[in-house]
Design a protein around this ligand. Structure first.
Ligand code: UDP
Ligand code: MG
Length: 309
């Protein structure tokens, strides 16, 4: 029988887990597959691990979990779950039921016919989300799709079902800084996106503040594009060009207008501060990339497991 692995990263989700499991069971019971769960406890501070142990004791054959030694982030959780999964097809889901299990049969239908290697879910609205947050998200997709060769579909969630072949491809990318939204697209394969209306989480609160999302977006851009590095070259070129024009202007003025004096020091200070600022900004961008190279060359593991069942 075909095996479907369900990978679920969990961080402080003690309320959501007891709701998630029966909701998914109800749907997968009717599907022609054998199901295997891989919950990842991402160093939760609440009773998440106890909830997972309870589920495992209920059905030790099908429900498994990996528990980290601390919080390593959702990306690390996804990687650990995908690595542990043994199914012919693997689906990644959030535990808060924002990824509605009702779509599993449709997703399975699309991948099992062999026409698609991956089926992802794409939100068509952002109901219940702060306006500013939605605005920033839209801008992020605009920017990254302009400057990166890896196209990222706006509104696409991490909720996706993949074939074994694609999972192996995702696992072959062992980079330390993992930006899954980019990785899933980078590996290629044929992906179909099913649209659906946004659902709010059943219990608990989101761990993603606007600031955290902003930092995540910057990570995504530095992981999948070298365009920011070109900023230094461009601003350097443009300011050198302006400087040449300025020099020509001053020399001509010296001969044409007698006794012409230099500009005041205020404008001088502004120009110096501006150029100094641009230089530090560019240095900061280069620094970000160097920081990433530094982390990668340490070859640290992406996560550390404390308990696995
Ligand atoms: N999550 C995780 N580690 C973290 C943060 C979140 O494993 O450090 C999990 C969380 O338990 C949930 C999923 O990632 O299953 C998505 O998180 P959340 O619902 O907070 O994000 P949102 O749906 O608001 O994007
Ligand atoms: Mg959520």
């Amino acid at each position: 029988m075909t095996k479907l692995s369900i990978v679920v990263p969990c961080y402080n989700e003690q309320e959501a887990i007891p709701l998630f499991y029966p909701a998914v069971e109800k749907v997968v019971k009717k599907m022609p597959v054998e199901v295997e769960y891989w919950f990842v406890n991402d160093g939760s501070a609440d009773q998440t691990l106890d909830e997972l142990r309870k589920l495992h004791d209920q059905d030790p054959e099908h429900v498994h979990y990996v528990s980290f030694s601390r919080n390593f982030g959702k990306e690390a959780g996804l990687y650990a779950g995908l690595k542990a999964a043994t199914g012919d097809y693997v689906v990644v889901m959030d535990v808060d039921l924002q990824d509605p299990p009702e779509y599993l049969p449709e997703m399975y239908h699309e991948v099992s016919t062999g026409e698609y290697d991956c089926v992802g879910m794409r939100r068509t609205d952002r109901k219940g989300e702060a306006k500013f947050k939605s605005f920033l998200s839209d801008q992020f997709y605009n920017v990254i799709n302009k400057i990166s060769d890896t196209k990222i579909v706006s509104g696409a969630r991490d909720y996706r079902m993949m074939t074994r072949q694609m999972v192996n491809a995702v696992l072959s990318l062992t980079e330390y800084n993992r930006f899954s939204k980019g990785i899933f697209n980078w590996v290629g394969f044929k992906t179909k996106y099913l649209p659906y209306k946004n659902v709010e989480r059943v219990a608990g609160t989101t761990d993603w503040s606007t600031w955290k999302l902003f930092k995540y977006a910057i990570d995504g851009i530095t992981d999948f594009s070298e365009a920011p590095l070109a900023i230094a070259t461009w601003t350097g070129g443009i300011s050198a060009f302006i400087a040449v024009i300025g020099i020509i202007f001053i020399v001509i003025r010296h001969f044409v207008v007698p006794n012409s004096s230099a500009f005041g020091w205020a404008s001088m200070v502004c120009i110096m501060l501006f150029i100094g600022g641009v230089q530090l900004f560019c240095l900061g961008i280069v620094g970000r990339y160097i920081g990433r190279i530094y982390m990668q060359t340490k070859h640290r593991p992406i996560y550390i497991i404390k308990e696995k069942k």
